[in-house]
Design a binder for this molecule. Structure first.
Ligand code: SAM
Length: 260
């Protein structure tokens, strides 16, 4: 019923392993999203081919960073033969302002080993996502209703994640204050941005540094199977975040950290 030629070409381009079960999960997710979209605002993109490219393959560009970091890390793990216990611990990722589940749900489907938290301030979307998680039988994933700037002050969320991802939520200087406090030192904040974000990225350098981050690089690419240009900013958390961040009273949005 679904033509997955483009999806499979995109997955292959990203070197993401797939099987029939993962594709079935995406189909079910698509059906649930389109159905729910009739009664609440989840997405303006509903044609299957558009969803494949603009939601799924875009979300899965996370693989450009994750697969590289995972292979670097496994190269560094010492085996028992070399006299060291090999330690395997789960990778934790939070998707801030996940909306209809992007990029967090496609990441969870294709990288089930990652423990995922989906966070959104609109409860209706979180109720929808919990239903998706149940229907798809996804494990080690939690759907949380709340504001990023409140949750990152809680001990069980603060500096506890290897990756914080976020797409289409706020300008980068504001978004950095919402996201970087969740990331553990050594982890990564990966904001998905559009082609025209160069100025916004420049404007965010002061905030990123103040929050303990460092821009490692900016990845420019086209979403696989398309000519749609995107940027993924790779922010490494190099120092602990001062307890004064995030600031209260809506300041991250109203008065972003910008150099004077
Ligand atoms: N990330 C999704 C995507 O790319 O399709 C959704 C983007 S949608 C435009 C922005 C989402 O961010 C909304 O669902 C909104 O409720 C959520 N949001 C905005 N500010 C937030 C905050 N401070 N904390 C948590 N979620 C927030």
């Amino acid at each position: 019923m679904y033509n997955d030629e483009m999806l499979i070409a995109g997955l292959q381009e990203l070197s993401i392993p797939y099987d029939a079960d993962k594709l079935d999960k995406l189909h079910k997710y698509y059906e649930m999203m389109v159905e729910k979209n009739k009664v609440m605002n989840l997405t303006s993109i509903t044609e299957y081919e558009d969803v494949v490219v603009k939601h799924w393959l875009d979300s899965l560009c996370f693989a450009k960073i994750y697969l590289k970091k995972a292979s670097d890390a496994s190269g560094k793990v010492m085996s028992k033969d070399s006299g060291e216990e090999s330690v395997s611990r789960s990778i934790r990722l939070i998707d801030i302002g996940t909306g209809a589940g992007f990029p967090g749900i496609p990441i969870k489907i294709f990288f089930p080993e990652i423990e995922v938290t989906l966070l959104d301030s609109l409860n209706k979307r979180i109720v929808f996502l919990q239903d998706v998680v149940n229907q798809l039988g996804l494990n080690t994933i939690s759907c949380i209703h709340g504001r990023a700037e409140e949750f990152s002050n809680k001990a069980e969320y603060r500096e506890r994640y290897d990756y914080a991802v976020s797409r289409a939520v706020a300008r980068l200087a504001s978004l950095s204050e919402l996201c970087i406090p969740f990331v553990k030192v050594g982890g990564y904040f990966l904001p998905y941005k559009s082609e025209g974000a160069a100025e916004e990225i420049d404007e965010s350098r002061f905030a990123i540094k103040a929050l303990g981050g460092k821009i490692e690089r900016i990845l420019d690419y086209q979403i696989p199977t398309s000519e749609l240009p995107r940027k993924l900013v790779v922010v490494n958390k190099v120092a602990a975040c001062s307890p004064k961040y995030p600031r209260g009273g809506g300041k991250p949005m109203k008065a972003p950290l910008l150099s004077k």
